[in-house]
Design a protein around this ligand. Structure first.
Ligand code: SF4
Length: 318
């Protein structure tokens, strides 16, 4: 029987940062770019009002201002991290805010290639919705992948269509699956983002996302706890009907994550376990933990339970 190497790995899960470091033989840092895109789930093209949990201000770092062009943002991002300590590291330009494929292909090419023109930028990561890519764009990304690191990161959020309707995502899980398969089959690195703990999702339903997503040709996954953000439709729903929400404590969420990681395909790297919205925007849960402190808890719990990513993964189980 084939031994899962993660059973012997000190971290006990496939850490995306390690995967990148091995690929580039160097430290690699992402820098966030706000290219001034809008969102088709807000302007009526795919839907109105946006996803119920979304307040886009909650995931744009301070150094990133849409009034600056891409080159300025890249230089400021590199300056920020270079000053910190690592002069020789490489950078990936992370097109993060809103839907970063929502424009004409001519404009998209110009924006991505403006970032790639910087000699320290080794590639791009493009965050988008699965209903905002097409064959022409994916063919372009495939061509670009021959010269640079390119990852397309899709917001999947849940594999359950009832949940996706409830949070007003404007697409179903089949749409996400199709986009991921069409991207990966062109040899492009493909990522997915999931929120654990969306309203109405039981523990078993949340864990079933691990089984379903594990069947996809993904390079990496980001997992986030549900956060209630001020000014969102979801916070209003919570105030009206708190019974359909389960806001996890740190320990409960770590426990859920360990079960989730055990069911994950061991070949899909894990990039994040939590998200951190700015304190001024966050309503709950307020864990007051830095990302590295949380990751440390996950690693310790994996060790304490003597388990690892993929320990309960079954190929073909959905
Ligand atoms: S989460 Fe993304 S797709 Fe949803 S409303 Fe916000 S920017 Fe748009």
């Amino acid at each position: 029987m084939k031994v899962n190497p993660l059973a012997l790995n000190p971290e006990r899960y496939l850490n995306y940062n390690d995967v990148l470091r091995r690929k580039f033989s160097n430290r690699v840092q992402k820098i966030s770019i706000n290219a001034g895109f809008t969102c088709p789930n807000r302007d009526g093209s795919k839907g109105w009002g946006g996803c119920t949990y979304c307040n886009n201000q909650s995931f744009s770092p301070d150094y990133c201002r849409p009034t600056k062009n891409i080159r300025q943002q890249v230089e400021e991002g590199i300056g920020f991290f270079n000053k910190a300590k690592y002069e020789n590291q490489l950078y990936l330009a992370y097109f993060q805010s809103y839907t970063n494929t929502y424009d004409s292909i001519e404009k998209l090419r110009r924006l991505y290639e403006e970032a790639l023109a910087h000699p320290k930028v080794a590639g791009i990561i493009v965050g988008t919705r699965p209903d905002c890519v097409n064959d022409e764009l994916l063919d372009y990304f495939a061509e670009l992948s021959g010269r640079y690191y390119v990852m397309i990161e899709y917001g999947v959020e849940s594999t359950n269509d009832d949940t996706l309707r409830f949070i007003n995502r404007g697409h179903d899980y089949a749409c996400a699956e199709t986009a991921i398969r069409n991207t990966a089959q062109r040899g492009i690195y493909t990522g997915a983002h999931l929120i654990l703990g969306l309203p109405g999702e039981s523990r078993e339903l949340i864990l079933s996302h691990a089984d379903t997503i594990s069947q996809l040709p993904l390079s990496a996954i980001k997992l986030h706890q549900l956060q209630l953000i001020k000014g969102t439709q979801m916070l209003r729903q919570y105030e009206e009907n708190p019974g359909i929400f389960k806001l996890y404590t740190v320990d409960e969420y770590v426990d859920l994550l360990i079960d989730f990681i055990e069911r994950m395909n061991p070949s899909i790297a894990i990039e994040r376990f939590v998200s951190q919205s700015p304190a001024a925007l966050l309503f709950a849960p307020d864990w007051k933990l830095k990302n590295f402190e949380f990751v440390d808890k996950v690693k310790k719990e994996l060790q304490a339970r003597n388990t690892y990513q993929g320990a309960r993964y079954i190929s073909g189980r959905q």
